[in-house]
Design a protein around this ligand. Structure first.
Ligand SMILES: Cc1cc2nc3c(=O)[nH]c(=O)nc-3n(C[C@H](O)[C@H](O)[C@H](O)COP(=O)(O)OP(=O)(O)OC[C@H]3O[C@@H](n4cnc5c(N)ncnc54)[C@H](O)[C@@H]3O)c2cc1C
Length: 462
């Protein structure tokens, strides 16, 4: 490459960081380096579901054919059952609705999904593994050029860039440095409350929910219960304080299993112990002892299981500061009850790359481009985070006014009416995933970039 327009460093090689690198590789005048803390690029061996809104982005990046090979079946626009909803915490389970959407939920085994992205990443995007960012610093100002951003890694090495993208997940080091910097600026400007708000965004917040995840062979499930409905389609089983999401992955040869055990009253308290650990299967199975037989068949297939304590990032006041931007879980880690965290990371990546790759974006106009990213993406991603949390309350039958644990709730008509209300709310919360597109946001962002005028107080270059 001759001298690049600017150098982008992406910190974190998860789904968000890698898609961002791939999307930026469409602009040959941008230099891209990905710094990943792990010794190799690897995803956990669990499932992931994507929605049509996100699928269109992956199509536009040329991933469609390879991803379709790894999906359960080739994604289409035809109506499909995205999820069957069943109340499972009783001896005789009850299907109370089916969510049918254009294209349904497109499911993958995470390592398959990541392999496809890596396969498409051109060599011009340099990836550096075993590079854990500790912090960054702005270089000294100069009148002729924008000062570089200096990256400091745990192994003592350093690197420089013109734009830093923090795609380093829920415990983001980029977020920590950025919010501390914004807090001291607010403090210096005599705005202590704003400073506190920034500082409050640094540490993730415990949600009160733990998720137990594993996958197992579909043949094993067939042995326990031939014709189990998850062999055909995704399911959400709802129950009081517990829920189960299961769907086929790896072209139908495996089943992805994710179970929640929640006490949302603990939200905001401190979680003691490791956030992620392998646990004996009976730690999970005990919570489901009174559930219906088809759930017992699923539980019988579990050989190993990991427990994730579910933390989130509180709604931040901004995703950007100067020439630094946050993306994906670093910006908005959310509860997984809309299968949306990775989808939102991919949307962030696309929009950010469109703005950075735009001919009007230069080293001097970078803060304005990032400000447009923040204005366009933050409200949407934070809304999805909020409705994902709400779906968590609905799935675990904890939604205010829609509980099922009082004596009068046992009345069947009453129960069906309230399950209908639960479904209505879940569907309404989720409709963004198939009723809206990202193109509109990209157009709006482009319009702002080309339209001149200041964005969030950042003026257009004269
Ligand atoms: C149980 C569960 C189920 C889910 N199901 C779905 C689903 O079906 N659909 C969906 O869309 N989303 C789902 N999600 C959410 C999704 O997994 C995340 O939102 C998504 O993986 C976030 O991607 P990311 O790239 O932002 O972060 P991550 O995947 O966390 O990647 C961050 C990367 O940065 C690296 N890193 C961390 N710190 C540093 C550092 N200091 N320096 C350098 N590198 C660093 C990490 O090693 C990692 O590789 C689910 C989440 C959970 C917990």
């Amino acid at each position: 490459m001759s001298s690049p327009k600017f150098r982008v460093a992406i910190c974190g090689g998860g789904i968000g960081g890698l898609i961002c690198a791939l999307a930026l590789s469409r602009y040959p005048d941008i230099q891209v380096d990905v710094y990943e803390a792990a010794r190799e690029m690897a995803e956990i061996g669990a499932g992931i579901g994507l929605w049509p809104r996100t699928w269109k982005i992956l199509q536009s990046l040329g991933l469609e054919n390879d991803l379709a090979e790894a999906a359960v079946s080739r994604p289409t626009n035809l109506p499909r059952v995205a999820f069957t909803f069943r109340k499972g915490d009783q001896p005789l389970g009850l299907t109370f609705n089916q969510l049918v959407t254009p294209g349904g939920l497109i499911t993958f085994h995470r390592p398959d999904f990541q392999k496809v992205i890596l396969k498409h990443l051109p060599p011009s995007c340099r990836t550096h593994t075993h590079k854990r960012l500790v912090s960054y610093l702005h270089g000294p100002a100069s009148s002729s050029a924008q000062p570089p951003i200096h990256l400091h890694f745990r192994d003592g090495s350093t690197a420089v860039c013109d734009v830093l993208i923090g795609a380093d997940g829920i415990k983001s080091a980029v977020r920590g440095t950025m919010l501390r910097e914004l807090a001291s600026q607010a403090q210096a400007a005599g705005k202590p409350e704003e400073a506190q708000q920034h500082l409050a965004g640094i540490e993730p917040r415990w949600s009160g929910a733990s998720m137990f995840r594993t996958t197992f062979s579909a043949d094993l499930l067939r042995q326990h219960l031939p014709g189990h409905r998850v062999l055909r389609e995704p399911l959400v089983y709802l129950g009081k304080d517990t829920q189960l999401t299961v769907y086929p992955i790896s072209r139908g040869s495996r089943i992805n299993f994710a179970a929640t055990v929640a006490n949302f009253d603990q939200e905001g308290s401190t979680f003691e112990g490791p956030w992620v650990e392998d646990v004996p299967p009976f730690d999970l199975i005990n919570h489901f002892s009174r559930w219906e037989p088809e759930v017992q068949s699923l539980l019988q297939c579990i050989e190993t299981v990991g427990r994730w304590s579910m933390h989130t990032v509180v709604p931040l006041k901004t995703f950007v500061s100067g020439r630094v931007a946050l993306l994906g879980d670093a910006a908005h880690a959310m509860l997984p009850y809309q299968g949306a965290g990775a989808c939102q990371a991919i949307e962030d990546a696309l929009l950010l790359s469109e703005l950075l790759g735009h001919p009007l974006t230069t080293p001097f106009t970078l803060p304005r481009a990032l400000s447009i990213y923040d204005t366009t993406r933050r409200p949407f991603a934070q809304h999805v985070a909020e409705t994902s949390r709400e779906n968590g309350l609905l799935y675990t039958l904890n939604y205010p006014g829609l509980r099922f644990d009082r004596p009068e709730d046992r009345d069947e008509d009453n129960k069906m009416r309230r399950l209908g209300e639960v479904y209505y709310r879940i569907r309404r919360n989720w409709a963004w995933a198939w009723e809206t597109t990202v193109e509109g946001d990209v157009e709006r962002a482009r319009g702002m970039l080309e339209g001149g005028g200041s964005v969030n107080g950042v003026a257009a270059a004269s």
